[in-house]
Design a binder for this molecule. Structure first.
Ligand SMILES: [Mn+2]
Length: 242
C-alpha cells in the first residue's frame, strides 16, 4: 500500500468574460504530486475548506501532510501589521493549513513543508517569520528570488551536523533553488534550525522529537529529476508515512 499524502493547494480567482463573476480554482503545480508518486506515495489534493470537521476528516484520510508553496501568510496570524512589501494573502488557506499543521503536530503525523510551508510550520508551532527579508534583515541579503530555471540550485546552504536533514541529504553543505522573499525568524516551539544560507537566512527547520516534521525554504519538488538529494528528501518523508 502506498502511503496517502495530502497536498494543500492554492486558490486563484479569474474574471469570467462578459460577466462580473470570478471563477475560483484550487490549483497546485504538478511537481508535488509527481515527486510524491516517484517516492512511492499516493498523492491526493486537499481543496480549501472552512469547515473544521472537513479539515479533521482530511487528517484521518492521509498518512502524511505536504504543505505546498504559495503566497504570503497574513501577518495578523503572527501578531504583526502588514509590511508594505507583503504579497497576496489567502485567509482561508492560512486558517486551513494552520489547523491541519497544529493537529498533525499534536497527532505526530508526518509533515513535509516546502517554501510557504516552512512559514506555516513555524507559525503553527508558535514561531515568527520575516515578512520581507530584503527590507527587514539588518544585513544585506543574497538573491533569494532567482531568475534561473526552477531546478537550478542558485545558492549554498550549510546544514546542522547530525540533524535529520543532514542524515537525509548526506551533505553538510549543498545548493538549493530559491523563490522566496520571506523566511523563518523564530523556528517555533520544539523546532531547531537545520540549514542557513550564507547570509544567515534560515533555510530549514525540524522537530527532532516528531516522527517527521521537516520544513525547507526551497522547492525540492522542482529539483528531484536532476538532484539526488531532493529525491532523498521525498523518499525519507514517504518512508516516515508508512
Ligand atoms: Mn533561499
Amino acid at each position: 500500500m502506498h502511503p496517502v499524502i495530502g497536498i494543500t493547494c492554492s486558490l486563484t480567482a479569474t474574471p469570467i468574460d462578459g460577466t462580473t463573476f470570478f471563477l475560483e480554482r484550487n490549483i497546485i503545480a504538478r511537481d508535488y504530486a509527481r515527486a510524491i508518486e516517484h517516492a512511492g506515495g499516493a498523492p491526493i489534493l486537499l481543496p480549501h475548506s472552512e469547515d473544521l470537521a472537513c479539515i479533521q476528516q482530511y487528517l484521518r484520510v492521509v498518512d502524511g501532510l505536504l504543505l505546498s508553496g504559495g503566497g504570503d501568510i497574513d501577518p495578523l496570524r503572527f501578531g504583526q501589521e502588514p509590511h508594505q512589501n507583503i504579497g497576496s494573502v489567502d485567509p482561508v488557506r492560512d486558517e486551513m493549513e494552520l489547523q491541519l499543521t497544529q493537529k498533525a503536530l499534536a497527532a505526530d503525523l508526518p509533515i513535509f513543508a516546502l517554501c510557504r510551508g516552512i512559514q506555516v510550520l513555524s507559525i503553527a508551532a508558535g514561531g515568527t517569520i520575516y515578512q520581507d527579508i530584503a527590507s527587514e534583515l539588518p544585513q544585506p541579503t543574497l538573491r533569494h528570488s532567482q531568475k534561473g530555471a526552477g531546478w537550478y540550485a542558485s545558492h549554498t546552504i550549510d546544514l546542522l551536523p547530525d540533524s535529520r536533514l543532514h542524515q537525509i541529504t548526506g551533505s553538510i553543505t549543498t545548493r538549493v533553488n530559491s523563490f522566496h522573499h520571506q523566511a523563518v525568524r523564530d523556528a517555533g516551539e520544539g523546532f531547531i534550525v537545520t540549514a542557513r544560507a550564507k547570509d544567515g537566512v534560515i533555510e530549514a527547520i525540524e522537530n527532532p522529537t516528531h516522527r517527521f516534521a521537516v520544513g525547507v525554504q526551497w522547492h525540492p519538488e522542482m529539483m528531484w529529476e536532476r538532484h539526488p538529494e531532493a529525491v532523498n528528501l521525498f523518499a525519507a518523508f514517504v518512508k516516515a508515512c508508512r
